[in-house]
Design a protein around this ligand. Structure first.
Ligand SMILES: [Zn+2]
Length: 216
């Protein structure tokens, strides 16, 4: 492998986000390698699970003159995050945005069932705002432009259209999964274990995991 390729591979690995949890193991957020390194340096990492991702060089030890090396893991449990409890409480409502909404619906148009690129999807209000519908997780679905135009300001019943799945509000752990740009198999498995048993995402993640394993 030449130097350039090694460099590219290293940059690719460094772009992998680390899953941060609280000390009890509840998923909190994605952090990049810089934040992960700071958490290690400041002694906030209680324990690491998952697989080693990369090594980050730290400061020089004044006594020994040696430079410290931190091995960053794909999942790190950290001290001192008090918000985990709130975020994982039953009443927590994750912010609604198209990127996570379309991922919730697996980039399928919830009316015609065809897969679309994110740029080709729109946010459809099942019960239109003009008819008293709200801009909330349980009233919005991914829809292709064609279906959304056809539906117009009508409810699915009025338009003679049928949803292929019931829209749901993700829990915090589900929301973290939806926010992840590139989720590694061990991170996926970890998040999966924090999903409610009834989560519609179970089946999809199992498929993704099987595919990830098959690739190795
Ligand atoms: Zn459609």
């Amino acid at each position: 492998m030449d130097r350039h390729m090694r460099m590219e591979q290293r940059l690719h690995r460094l772009s992998q986000e680390v899953l941060r949890t609280d000390v009890a193991g509840m998923p909190l957020e994605w952090v990049d390698y810089r934040v992960a390194a700071i958490l290690y340096h400041t002694g906030q990492v209680a324990y690491a699970c998952g697989s080693p991702l990369y090594r980050v060089r730290g400061g020089y030890n004044a006594r020994t003159g040696l430079r410290s090396v931190i091995e960053v893991s794909s999942i790190i449990a950290t001290h001192g995050e008090m918000h985990a409890v709130d975020r994982n409480a039953a009443g927590y409502v994750p912010p609604l945005n198209n990127r996570t909404l379309f991922k919730r619906d697996a980039n399928l148009c919830m009316y015609c069932g065809i897969v679309f690129r994110t740029s080709e999807l729109t946010r459809d209000h099942v019960r239109p705002i003009s008819r008293g519908g709200h801009d909330t997780w349980t009233n919005v679905v991914a829809a292709c432009k064609r279906c959304n135009n056809h539906k117009g300001g009508r409810t699915p019943e009025q338009a003679g259209m049928q949803l292929i799945a019931v829209p749901f509000m993700p829990t915090y752990a589900e929301y973290i999964y939806l926010k992840g740009r590139r989720v590694l198999a061990d991170q996926m498995e970890y998040l999966l274990s924090h999903f409610p048993r009834t989560s519609p995402l179970h089946a999809r993640l199992r498929d993704d995991l099987a595919r990830a394993v098959a690739l190795h």
